[in-house]
Write a protein that binds this ligand. Structure first.
Ligand code: BGC
Length: 521
């Protein structure tokens, strides 16, 4: 029986090419697309603990919070309108990522990034000047459209640009900029909350214009990927581009494989319907389950609501915002570890190690909060050591996520889809991610109110499930060229039954030799 993890690294093709300064700079600029997403994730939790903001837009929550000091802490922020403020963005992102699929395929990855930047800019502007709740929501929806376009196109762009040996590291640049965006937001919230006059929240929300400008300008100067040029008929230009990106003249083999993949994709009339074919079952499963599991780690409970959560478990306002900054720093640092390790240790190792680490931390945090707050949510005096233990284990949980499911949740889907379904499948990945980001954001405060510390056990249960899933069903994709990826399914103990009849035994090579696409498309 083939190994659980699929084939070992290093089999298959080796395309010549270096990590050129050109491709490095290009990928860094493109990865900036993650900033807008990260900034959003980090900003709303802090803003919603700022009293002047609550007083202006969510008066009921503010009154409850002011009046409620000694009663059930678990429920003080439970308000559907308040959560709608955070989560409306993710519904909009879901819709936009579906539209972005066509733009990315037909007009190129760059244009999707440009749309992403512009929409995001408009949203930030409206939010910064908001006078009523509806302006906040409209702004958040525009930001969401921006995120949908950027998240659909940037990971694909990075995986296509990168030489395959460095694909993991370069792709994780996207996640790194998400985490930097979150950290920037946390730090700014911390300082803006102190502004006298209580208008700091305007700077927090309007500040999103800065990352929006970076990705807008970035998308104007970036080249398109050779894959996308070929897909849109610019074959000769693509060959020259590939030479420039790889820094060598001998790009023929890779180039021919890209053309073959593009020929196959042209035979496909309906990229969406196509996804339902039996041979794409492994891809579809991953496009749905990876983002689903990524969100069910519960990470966004920390990312969105760290200040609210720390506030709930007894920290003062300032200490809560500070703790969010600390978790933000850990998030960035652990992502760097992943960049270092992903192409060395492989994806599976990181997934499994991260899973175990998150599980242990969730259990300990649940126990700590349960012990002090019990069922009625009334903690009495909280000793300092208690606060330190909770923050420590939350940080370790964040680190576990940040070198596993965080980056890999974007990397693995972007590298496993064959070109003919890549754009559509990536949209599914983004939409599933956004649906569950939305749900976690929308129900978390209500869940905290009802499930109390058990909330952490709820997510821990899913961490167990996802680790089992990775162990048995996710093949290792480290060191395998994208257009060769089919072999990982073919040699997998379970997935081979879906792809074994496929007409391209070398992952697309047959088409090139025979000059035709697979028969059963
Ligand atoms: C996830 C986000 C999460 C972030 C945390 C991303 O990969 O998609 O939902 O907030 O990581 O760093």
């Amino acid at each position: 029986m083939p190994a659980v993890g699929g084939i070992g690294p290093g089999r298959g093709k080796e395309y010549p090419g270096n990590l050129t300064p050109f491709v490095t700079v290009t990928c860094i600029v493109a990865a900036m697309g993650g900033l807008i997403f990260g900034y959003d994730i980090g900003i709303s939790g802090g803003v919603t603990t700022m009293s002047p903001f609550l007083r202006k837009f969510f008066r009921k929550v503010w009154e409850k919070k002011e009046a409620d000091k000694s009663t059930n802490q678990y429920c003080q922020y439970d308000s559907q309108t308040l959560t709608m403020f955070t989560s409306s963005l993710y519904l909009a992102a879901l819709l936009a990522s579906l539209v972005a699929s066509t733009v990315t395929r037909e007009l190129g990855r760059k244009l999707s990034m440009l749309f992403g930047g512009l929409l995001f800019f408009a949203g930030a502007l409206i939010n910064g000047f908001a006078k009523a709740v509806w302006m906040l929501i409209v702004g958040r929806i525009l930001l969401g459209f921006g995120v949908g376009f950027a998240n659909q196109s940037v990971p694909l762009y990075l995986s296509e640009m990168a030489p395959y040996r460095y694909r993991g590291a370069l792709n994780i640049g996207f996640q790194l900029s998400i985490t930097v965006g979150i950290l920037m937001a946390n730090v700014l919230n911390y300082f803006f909350a102190k502004i006298k006059g209580g208008w700091g929240w305007r700077l927090s929300l309007g500040g999103a214009m800065v990352p929006a400008l970076i990705i807008t300008v970035g998308s104007l100067v970036l080249p398109n990927t050779p894959n996308s040029m070929i897909e849109r008929g610019q074959t000769e230009k693509a060959r020259e581009e590939l030479k420039k990106i790889r820094g060598v003249d001998d790009v023929e083999e890779e180039f021919r494989d890209l053309v073959a993949a593009s020929d196959a994709s042209k035979l496909v009339d309906h990229p969406w319907g196509n996804l339902l074919q039996r041979k794409y079952r492994p891809h579809l499963t991953m496009a749905i389950l990876i983002p689903f599991f990524q969100q069910l780690t519960g990470i966004n409970v920390i990312m969105f609501y760290a200040p609210v959560l720390f506030n709930t478990i007894g920290f003062g306002n300032d200490a809560s915002l500070m703790s969010a900054v600390i978790t933000g720093i850990v998030n960035v640092a652990a992502t760097v570890v992943s960049i270092y390790g992903v192409d060395k240790w492989g994806r599976r190792f990181l997934f499994l190690e991260g899973g175990v680490q998150m599980l242990i931390c969730q259990a300990i945090v649940a126990a700590c909060i349960g012990a002090k707050f019990g069922i009625n949510g009334n903690p009495g005096d909280l000793p300092k050591w208690y606060a330190i233990v909770v923050v420590l284990f939350i940080c370790s949980y964040v680190a576990g996520f940040a070198w596993s499911w965080g980056p890999l949740g974007w990397l693995v889907p972007s590298e496993i889809f064959p070109l003919e379904i890549r754009s559509a499948a990536q949209s599914i990945n983004v939409s599933v991610n956004m649906i569950f980001t939305f749900l976690v954001a929308q129900v978390f405060l209500a869940m905290l109110c009802h499930m109390k510390f058990g909330l952490f056990l709820f997510f821990a249960f899913f961490v167990v499930l996802m680790s089992i899933f990775v162990y048995y069903f996710l093949p290792e994709t480290k060191g395998i060229p994208i257009e060769e990826m089919n072999q990982v399914w073919k040699s997998h103990w379970y997935w081979s039954r879906f792809v074994e009849d496929l007409d391209y035994p070398n992952g697309g090579m047959e088409m090139k030799k025979g000059g035709q696409g697979p028969k059963n498309v």
